[in-house]
Ligand binder design. Structure first.
Ligand code: 13P
Length: 273
């Protein structure tokens, strides 16, 4: 089975992209220990869809994701390090096939004997809820990335940035690209227990409302994109804003930010088609 995934060039390329991203996340200092998780909808890349599923153990889910019935996903493993994923993605992540009801999955990329200490990410409820929403809405986005950009998380420790309005205004104001590339801004989810259905429900509200990035207060960022690189770029651009904000603050001055007129000018120049 491993050979099948390696021979499928599109899947092999996608897995290499995930491994490269895992390396960037580690290099950026956003991926201590097992921090972060990634999933990609591989279904359109699958050339062979008939698997003898009885050979692969089935894991029941607490909820049904009807739009995901029979679909295939690459998903990072719980407790796995991004720095290890970068070197050996097939050991630190897996490919799952959802069952016909969308309420269980089979891990189809690993031998049974390797499964005793492997499970998909604890944030699977959010990843599946987001993919379910993306597939249902016919979105082109196939990749979902969760990471811990230090500066963005630090901003959510400051009460005045715990509303999307204040956070977006500040992030957009730090450099023009933040507004040009993330024009809908972030959606803020107040602190909720990680790995829960509650955080999944709160997160999909942000993506349903057209945001590309959802910030989890005091925890991290979730982003969607056509590829993992696209999702990462969104977070990276915003993390740069947060970094500039902190650098300016370190000089003892509150940064000015772009004013409403300058943001409007950017909108006119780059966003009106
Ligand atoms: P996992 O190791 O289960 O993916 O959890 C890491 C994480 O970042 C939780 O939010």
């Amino acid at each position: 089975m491993k050979e099948f995934f390696q021979e499928n060039k599109k899947i092999a390329k996608t897995i290499t992209e995930v491994a490269d991203l895992a390396n960037y996340l580690w290099q950026k200092g956003w991926a201590e220990r097992n921090a972060g998780n990634i999933s990609v909808n591989l279904t359109e890349m699958m050339t062979e869809t008939q698997f003898e599923l009885e050979h692969y153990p089935m894991f029941q889910l607490e909820r049904s994701y009807e739009a995901l019935a029979d679909l295939f996903f690459f998903v990072t493993g719980t407790g796995k390090r991004m720095r290890d994923l970068a070197i050996n993605p097939m050991k630190n992540a897996c490919i799952i096939k959802m069952n016909k009801k969308g309420n269980a999955y089979h891990i189809i990329s690993m031998k049974k004997r390797n499964l005793y200490n492997f499970r998909p990410t604890s944030e699977l409820p959010t990843h599946l809820a987001v993919h379910n929403m993306l597939v249902s809405s016919g979105s082109k986005n196939k990749a979902v990335v969760h990471t811990r950009p230090n500066e963005l998380v630090a901003m959510t420790q400051i009460p005045k940035f715990q509303t999307a309005e204040m956070l977006n205004k500040t992030l957009w104001g730090m450099h023009p690209e933040a507004f040009v590339f993330v024009p809908r801004g972030v959606y803020m989810v107040p602190y909720i227990l990680p790995g829960s259905h509650k955080i999944a429900d709160a997160t999909i509200k942000g993506f349903e409302n057209g945001h590309d990035v959802v910030i989890w207060e005091k925890h991290g960022a979730f982003a969607v994109g056509e590829t993992v690189s696209d999702a990462f770029d969104m977070i990276d651009i915003l993390a740069k804003s947060a970094q500039i904000w902190f650098m300016a603050m370190q000089t003892g001055n509150e940064p000015e930010g772009l004013n409403d007129e300058q943001l409007l000018e950017l909108k006119e120049a780059f966003l009106k088609k």
